[in-house]
Design a protein around this ligand. Structure first.
Ligand code: C2E
Ligand code: MG
Ligand code: MG
Ligand code: MG
Length: 281
């Protein structure tokens, strides 16, 4: 009976949709509570210069340990926070936290850039630039130590995006284009705006395990970046073979589990000390 099957199907979809919505509503209210109750933290993943082996930076990655739900992946809660607008206070928290970390490292004698990830809604928020100016002024950090990772999807309104990027550049923060090569890559973005860093998406790094085409892609991307005066950062570097091939194709900076997973600040400084001893830096 076609009708019954169709009806069953409909109900099935309807149920799962309802469940999903309820789940989202529950997570949304947990997320709100999470902001008030300080359930977020930043982890820092070291970035290593391929030629000197020095630590040249860290990417700040957001973690949410919910009292209600336990640990939730950013791949799950960031899209929800984008939908609900909660990404605005969360993003602001990340920005402040990273600037404060730059400051405390400075007090410990560590001068290291921190890269934060921006979300599209945050990037287009009217108060974004003022909030960046304010926190830099308040912490009195060198703005060039603050790096911002954006994705190609943020160029949706080219004119507006270019304006925001120019303002960031004027402030003195550095810009990286994240997950490069995924999404709707348009090379015109590279021409229109001078990014400081190009982050090669980790899917390209894992492709290095398969065939020669994987190597060709890396070679092409690093050449492209060089033409546009950008330094390349490989993300998701997991094996020595990755490192060897990335060096062969002159990728500048390495980031991934091969070196270290993202670490809480206290472990990060310890890791840095050990790294410098091991590599005789
Ligand atoms: P992303 O910016 O591309 O970050 C890289 C992701 O790869 C991180 O996942 C990192 O933990 C993971 N990773 C690092 N090394 C390796 C490796 O060797 N192998 C593999 N398989 N993975 C590796 P994470 O921390 O789960 O973050 C996922 C995404 O969530 C990020 O992707 C970023 O788009 C977003 N995100 C994280 N923190 C923030 C934030 O503060 N604000 C915003 N707007 N988005 C964030
Ligand atoms: Mg990133
Ligand atoms: Mg990335
Ligand atoms: Mg990625």
């Amino acid at each position: 009976n076609v009708k019954r099957i169709a009806r069953g199907n409909y109900q099935f979809h309807h149920e799962s949709l309802k469940q999903k919505t309820l789940g989202n509503i529950r997570m949304d209210s947990s997320l709100r509570k999470g902001i008030q109750q300080d359930e977020f933290s930043l982890m820092y993943q070291p970035q290593i210069d391929a030629t000197t082996n020095k630590i040249v930076g860290a990417e700040a990655l957001l973690r949410w340990h919910s009292r209600d739900l336990g640990p939730v992946s950013p791949n799950v809660f960031i899209p929800l926070a984008e939908e609900t607008g909660l990404i605005i206070p969360i993003g602001e928290w990340v920005l402040k936290q990273a600037c404060n970390q730059i400051l405390s490292w400075k007090e410990e004698g560590i001068v290291l850039p921190i890269a934060i990830n921006l979300s599209i809604r945050q990037f287009y928020y009217h108060n974004f630039i003022p909030s960046v100016e304010k926190i830099i002024q308040k912490t009195d950090i060198n703005p060039s130590l603050l790096h911002m990772e954006i994705t190609e999807s943020m160029a949706i309104d080219q004119e507006f995006a270019t304006k925001v990027l120019q303002q960031l550049k004027n402030i003195g923060v550095k810009i990286a284009i994240d997950d490069f090569g995924t999404g709707y890559s348009s090379l015109s973005h590279l021409k229109k705006f001078p990014f400081d860093y190009l982050k090669i998406d980790q899917s390209f790094i894992s492709d290095l395990d398969h065939d020669k085409e994987g190597q060709d892609m890396i070679s092409i991307i690093t050449m492209l970046a060089k033409k546009f005066n950008m330094r390349t950062i490989a993300e998701g570097v997991e094996t020595e073979k990755h490192v060897d091939l990335l060096k062969k194709y002159e990728c500048d900076i390495m980031q991934g589990f091969f070196y270290s997973r993202p670490l809480p600040p206290s472990e990060f400084t310890q890791w840095k000390k050990n790294w410098e001893i091991q590599t005789h830096l």
